[in-house]
Design a protein around this ligand. Structure first.
Ligand code: E4P
Length: 217
């Protein structure tokens, strides 16, 4: 499973990228607003750091303007994936951009039918939002499973990009289901390293190291 990092914070992207943990980056208008940076400027900076796909989201609602925005975003760098919402206008924009050879990430997906439409429209990525479904008591992981089944049934190339990930548990569950990509905030990716028994085991080793005066350097 590829890891995308869900942030527009340059320092955090750099830290994880240096560790080989970043196969791509996703941003959205809320993350850009949080960064306090200009969308074109910060997106360019991210594309210069990361080799993989960098999602940058359109801000218009109608297909004509979305397409113009998408074309402008696509010019930033070769690794831009234009992010469009899963609306009819978003699907129209997805089809047009895909036909031009631009990667498209269709976002705000909350149902298997929406994912089916995005694949038909030539999406490179479909972004089902797990956490926001969980928030309204609908099992977000079940949606990932359903989309996996449908895409495999018909051999769609669209990659399942599990989004709105809130916990390390979501990451391992997505990997078990077979999501192609999971995008998560840096804190969630770092939290995947934590285990209470690792901490406990290390505390025991440290006590013995001190008692025995073990030194290597
Ligand atoms: C990623 O592409 C999405 O924009 C992001 O995962 C949304 O996450 P949230 O539901 O935590 O805002």
């Amino acid at each position: 499973m590829k890891f995308f990092v869900d942030t527009a914070e340059i320092d955090q992207i750099k830290e994880l990228n240096d560790l080989g943990m970043v196969d791509g980056v996703t941003t959205n208008p809320s993350l850009i607003a949080k960064s306090g940076r200009d969308i074109l400027e910060v997106t360019k900076e991210i594309c210069d750091i990361v080799d993989g796909p960098v999602s940058a989201e359109v801000v218009a609602l109608d297909a004509e303007t979305m397409l113009a925005e998408g074309r402008k975003l696509a010019k930033i760098a070769d690794n831009i994936a234009v992010k469009v919402p899963l609306t009819w206008a978003g699907l129209q924009t997805c089809k047009a951009l895909s036909d031009e050879g631009t990667m498209v990430n269709v976002t705000l997906c909350f149902s298997a039918n929406q994912a089916l439409l995005a694949a038909k429209a030539g999406a490179t990525f479909i972004s089902p939002f797990i956490g926001r479904l969980d928030d309204i008591n609908i099992d977000g992981l079940e949606l990932i499973e359903d989309i996996r089944t449908i895409y495999d049934n018909y051999g769609f190339d669209t990659q399942i990009l599990a989004a709105s990930i809130r916990s390390a548990n979501h990451m391992s569950e997505c990997a078990k289901i077979g999501a192609d990509v999971a995008t998560a905030p840096p804190a969630v990716i770092k939290n995947m390293a934590n285990h209470v028994l690792t901490d406990k085991g290390l505390a025991g080793f440290m006590a013995d190291i001190e008692k025995a005066g073990i030194k290597i350097l």
